[in-house]
Every structure is written in C-alpha cells, then in structure tokens.
Design a binder for this molecule. Structure first.
Ligand code: FAD
Length: 485
C-alpha cells in the first residue's frame, strides 16, 4: 500500500524547509517537493531585519515583529548570520527625519530588553545598550581622524572606517550604526539541505515539480490530498503551499484564489578594490521607486559587495509589479522578466544594471566608482498578500480545512509560519498534542560548521556566484569572533 504522509509541503524555499525542519523536530513525517536541484534557491536575502531599520515608513509594530522573528531565525541558523552592523543615513535631499528613526530605535531597545528578559538566549544582537549608536557631525569629524581598523570591534570603529569613505556632507546628521546583521542565504540553504538529507522524518524530493493537487477531503479516506508529480502521486493528510510567488498556481487548482501583489527585484554583485578596514552594510535612505530610491551596499568577503538601489533601472523593474485580484487567475510577468526568471539574464543587461548600481553607490561613496561587475545578479519574484506594497511582515493563512498557504515577505517570518502550521495540524487532530517544546532543533544542530562551509561554497559555485559569497565577513567560532580579512 502507498505510504500516507502527515504533511505534504510544496516549495523548498526558506518557508518550506523551515516548516519541514520544525515538523521533523517533533518526529512528524512530511514530504517536501522542490522543483530545483537544491533548496533555498528562490529570491535572495542578505539582511537580517532585526528591527526594520531599512524601512523608515513601516509601523512600530512591524519593527517589533521583524526584530522578534529575526532573533528566532538567527538562533535556529547561527552559522548563517554575519555579525557586522548596518550604517543608516538620510541624504539631505530626502524627506525622512533622523529624530523619528531615533525615537523608534529607543522603542526597539526597550523591546529587545523584554525579549532578553523572557529568554536570555535572545541576546543575539549584543547588549541592548549597544543596539544602536548615534553620531553627530562633530563626532564624525573626530572619528574621521582615527586610524582605520582592519577588523572593527566597536560601533565607533565601524563608523570611523565608514566615514572616511563617505561624502557625509550629503547626509543629514546625526547618522546611526545599528546591530542589524547580514544573513547568508547559501549557508542557511546548506545547513537546511544537509539536515533534511539526514532526517528520518522528512522525505526531500528535489528536482521534483508538482504538477497537480487533487482534493479528496470529501471522500472519507485516510488522507485528504493527492500531490501529483511527473513520476508519482503522493498521499498526504495536510497540504502546505509554500511555492513563493507561485502559491497562486496551487490556489488556482483548488479554486482558492486570493488578492496579492507579486514583485520582481534584483540585487547586483560587484567587486571593488581592497580597502584597509571592514565596513558595515551601508544604507542611504530614499523614496522607493523614485530616481533617488534607497541605496544598500552589503559587504561580503574578498572585496565583493552586493548592491540594491530602489529605482526602476537598478533593483526595481518597469512592469515588475503584478497586482492580482482574488477573482483573477495568476497572471504571468511580461516576456523580459519571464525570460530572466526562466532562463537567466542577458550579459549586456547584467553589465548595464550593475554599472547603474555602482554609479548609484558612488554618489555617496565616491571611490566606489572603480568597482566592477563581480558576478550575476541575485534576483527573484516575491509576493505580498493583499494590496499593501509597504507591508514587510507576511505570514500564513488557512483558507480551507487541512490547507495552509505561506506568504512570507521577509525570510525571517519562516519560523513563525512553521509554528502556526504546527499548531494547526494539532488543532485538526492530524497529530496528537505536543506537550514539550524544546528550543533547540537537534537535527540542525547536528550539522557542523565545516559541513556548512563546504556545502555553502558548492551551492554558490553551482549557482554561478563567487565562492566568497558563501562566507561570513565576521565569522562566528566557538563564541569568539574570528577575523578572516
Ligand atoms: C532582491 C530581493 C532581496 C531580498 N532581500 C531580503 C533580505 O535581505 N532579507 C529578507 O528577510 N528577505 C529578503 N527578500 C525576501 C525573501 O527572498 C523572501 O521572503 C523569501 O525568499 C520567500 O521565501 P519562500 O520560501 O516563501 O519562497 P521561495 O524562496 O520563492 O520558495 C518557493 C519555492 O517553491 C518552489 N516551487 C514553486 N512551485 C513549485 C512546484 N509546483 N513544485 C515544486 N516546487 C515549486 C520554487 O522553486 C521555490 O524554490 C528579498 C527578496 C528579493 C526579491
């Protein structure tokens, strides 16, 4: 007789894999389908939004949720967290006020303290008193005269290295250093894939496209759904749709279409000259979608830098946003974007958009003008449920019995979604009630740093990126930071 799985998960992005890993932690069996040859291979992520400081317009509540969820994910995948801070600034041309950001930071420090009080292991962003540091123009003048430090150890040292490279006359003051860290997708993907391969409870099916789902809920069987692939049909009791921007395709089969936005975006890989000391991630705020949208420069090892520029000729695209009403079928992107998603990029466009991105950064970091293309763009489409493009926290919905639809906007929401699904399958009595919930996931913890290093490097190279993108700038080793510059 064919095996019946408790849970069938379609989509092996961060949401699907974290759901499978949470289920495996409680020995709940699942089958996970990913059409590509490795997991966490969808749209990229590079920033752990532990406070929402890249978004001056979002609500305080979204900032708190982003902080809490980021801490939870960092605890689950510590080897993917790059503990370098973020420099936050507002150009003089922009409407945002530093005072507003500052008062939000004060609120976040109080919230961070509460999280630590609840569980001391939540202290992964350093001490709350160091969560952020504010620098006036006078402070910057003093720090600009300090010697550059190869591997900074304090906010002052990070700021001192930064300020020598930046045209800070263009910025409002004060400027800020905040402990929002980097997040390495290749390392997270590696740890997740190695753990799932090892799991007795999750059957991971990579290179496996789900072609259809049959609803058998009214047929009084021991299972509710048949998940069809080209080779085989799988029987499952509970269905999880974590198909990323393609969740609508499964919804359509089940006639459960929902209102959503789908957006295609890209970040660019550049290589710069060696500089004397590490710098944090650099943020120059700006109004999204205008020619002066936000600039984000993310440092990697070996002088590689990733660039986002929130304008239509860098990260955003003409026709890059699809709005979908609940009555409509999932539409396709126009040909140029579809081509990128299905077959990759034309070399000319890689060059021209990366060049635009480099020039955009050089407005604030003049020496960056000498950077060159360092690899293919990191790109993908993501969705936002409903119709609010400024929403940054999206989670899971349960539109029908035995069916969950994950629609995360930031990768940090993946564990919250997994736990909500875990609760739902207990409510529906698909599994018995779970009484004890340990913090640790032993399966993930059993994967060594060396295994992650090796596999993360393989994943980066397989996907056409420089090996350096799989490494951490600030490496975490037995609770000691190790410099690898
Ligand atoms: C340019 C860019 C930068 C970003 N930066 C950040 C960041 O810094 N920090 C952050 O937190 N978030 C960031 N995000 C958002 C983040 O990438 C997404 O939130 C996250 O990847 C969504 O994960 P997911 O698992 O829901 O979907 P996905 O990662 O899209 O996974 C869905 C998976 O389902 C598979 N699939 C779909 N249909 C089928 C099928 N029929 N059969 C089998 N498999 C199927 C796909 O192949 C895919 O692997 C960024 C997004 C973009 C586009």
């Amino acid at each position: 007789m064919d095996r019946i799985y408790n849970v069938g998960i379609i989509g092996g992005g961060i949401s699907g894999v974290v759901t499978a890993l949470q289920l495996a932690k409680y020995e709940i069996d699942s089958v996970l389908f990913e059409q590509k040859n490795s997991v966490v291979n969808g749209p990229p992520f590079c920033h752990l939004h532990a406070g929402g400081n890249l978004y001056p317009d979002i609500s305080d509540e979204q900032c708190r949720v982003l902080m809490k969820q980021s801490i939870e994910m960092a605890r689950l995948f510590p080897q993917s967290i790059d503990e370098r801070p973020t420099f936050i600034s507002i150009p003089k041309s922009e409407k945002y006020e530093v005072a507003k950001i500052e008062s939000r930071l004060e609120m976040l420090v109080e919230y961070y303290k509460q999280l630590i009080l609840k569980d001391p292991s939540n202290e992964i962003l350093g001490s709350p008193k160091d969560y952020y540091e504010i620098y006036s123009k006078e402070d910057l003048k003093v720090l600009a005269k300090q010697p550059t430090v190869k591997r900074p150890n304090s906010s002052d040292e990070w700021m001192s290295n930064t300020i020598k490279l930046i045209d800070y006359e263009k910025l409002k003051t004060p400027v800020i250093i905040v402990q929002e860290y980097g997040w390495n997708l290749f390392r997270l993907g590696a740890q997740a894939q190695l753990a799932l391969n090892k799991s007795d409870n999750c059957s991971l099916k990579t290179n496996t496209l789900v072609t259809n789902v049959k609803d058998l809920r009214n047929q009084n069987l021991d299972y509710n759904w048949e998940i069809c692939t080209n080779e085989k049909v799988y029987k499952v009791k509970y269905l999880v749709n974590s198909c990323g921007f393609k969740t609508g395709q499964i919804d359509e089969v089940l006639r459960l279409n929902a209102e959503r936005l789908i957006e295609f975006k890209a970040a660019y890989v550049s290589k710069w000259q060696p500089i004397p000391g590490l710098i944090p991630e650099l943020i120059f705020h700006g109004e999204r979608g205008t020619p002066h949208g936000m600039v984000q420069l993310t440092p990697y090892c070996d002088d590689y830098y990733q660039i986002h520029g929130m304008t239509k000729d860098i990260t955003l695209f003409e026709n890059g946003l699809i709005k979908l009403k609940s009555s409509e079928e999932q539409p396709e992107f126009k040909d140029d974007i579809k081509q990128k998603l299905d077959c990759g990029w034309e070399e000319e466009e890689v060059k021209s958009r990366t060049k635009n991105a480099i020039d955009f950064v050089a407005k604030f970091v003049p020496l960056f003008k000498s950077a060159n293309v360092g690899g293919p763009p990191l790109y993908g489409a993501q969705q936002i449920s409903g119709n609010d493009l400024s929403l940054r926290v999206g989670e899971v919905s349960f539109p029908s019995k035995s069916y969950a639809r994950s629609e995360i906007i930031k990768a940090s929401s993946a564990l919250t979604v997994a736990n909500q699904i875990l609760n739902k399958i207990q409510d529906e009595e698909i599994i018995p009630l779970i009484n004890t919930k340990p913090n640790q996931n032993l399966l993930l913890d059993s994967i060594s740093k060396d295994e992650i290093d090796k596999m993360a490097c393989e994943l980066a190279v397989q996907r056409g990126y420089p090996e350096a993108l799989s490494q951490l700038v600030i490496e975490k080793k037995q609770n000691n930071f190790q410099e690898i510059l």
